[in-house]
Design a protein around this ligand. Sequence first.
Ligand code: CIR
Length: 245
Amino acid sequence: MPSSRLAEGELTHQERVPVDMDLADAQWEAYVEALRAEGFTPVDVPPADELADSVFIEDALVMVGDTAVVTRPGAESRRPEIEAAEQTARELGLRIERIVEPGTLDGGDVLPIGDVLYVGRGGRTNAEGIRQLRAIARRHGRDVVAVPVTKALHLKSAVTALPDGTVVGHPSLIDDVSMWRNFLPMPEVEGGHVVVLSDDAVLMAASAPQSAELIRSLGYRVVTVDISEFEKLEGCVTCLSVLVR
Ligand code: CIR
């Protein structure tokens, strides 16, 4: 659940604006309920109230097969978040691997498409973090493809993928659109953020209604959640959970 200090979280591209904490808590509950309604069993990572960004759990853990990679977040203020994340992964019986100093890697920079992990090299994830993830991924039969990210906080702030592998995103945030073979531009920035729920359903933020319509027109069921208070801290719909399948 969100820290009561959420409003003090890291900001890179946006101006700080007031956060309605009651609304943030309600939006969090609705997000968790939406996942439950889709058949997931939500497991809470113990709340870390002193860590403003701790609700953005995606950045602390990356799933590679049945292994949880505990990251080393690029923002120093976020490094202590990994403790509770690792503890929860252990309690779930997952195998653990780690990104270690001097590597940095945020889970928001890791986009799995099939057996490939696309990894954003930007402000939070460095070359050493990518090298370490590549070595871990290889042991699990997966490839890593590194992608420069200079216009967005994380790779997944710029692009994500539909269940069929189509990459969606807003061109203004993408360094090189031509590197994505199967790219579909979205009319809104937040339209580039989808959580794959199943082969035919995705979760999206309510802030991207035109993109949701476009994706519905392709035959997908689109579940929407309002995450306005998290978007004020540069959080996307992907960043509030880690899906363990
Ligand atoms: C940060 O700057 O680290 C947080 N305020 C937001 C992180 C959002 N994470 C994500 O989209 N994966």
